[in-house]
Design a protein around this ligand. Sequence first.
Ligand SMILES: [Zn+2]
Ligand SMILES: [Zn+2]
Length: 188
Amino acid sequence: MIYPIAFILGALGWTLVEYWLHRELGHVGGAKNPFTVEHLAHHKDPAYFAPTYKKLIATALVGLSTGSLLFFAFGAVGLTAAAGFVVMYVNYEVIHRRLHTHPGKTAYGRWARRHHLYHHFRRPKLNHGVTTPIWDFVFGTLEVPQIVKVPRRNALSWMLDDDEELPPELADEYELIGKKGKRRPRAA
Ligand SMILES: [Zn+2]
Ligand SMILES: [Zn+2]
């Protein structure tokens, strides 16, 4: 029983790190580092993501550091917690990218998009968690949006139909603002 608990605690540990890194390095602290540079670029152009090789380096660093640290501190149980941490980290990377590239199909998928895109387009000091609202709730930075207003020039591809309009099924959740024909060129 201890191993599943360790795995879950590790996964939960990642969600706290996800929240804290994003809030403290991305939106509160002023220091420049590889994370803040990439984060700023992603906020300027929501279609931009750090190159995959950088993500792989980050994954290796996250895995090796948490794995060795927890193994030396707690042995096999610690290693299991590190596995939960890394699995949730990879999960976060996949979920975050999909939020931007594909429309939500499940209730969770739709919630996660609204939560995160509200952070992107309206309130960058709120909704720092990407995979879960737990830590935003705990630290008082959670806001549940009504309709999320999205500048048309930054609209994600799944928010636009062939006429560059919002698909009707998204009308209860999003609103495009600004004039047509002013979209920022997409990053590759
Ligand atoms: Zn942010
Ligand atoms: Zn994002």
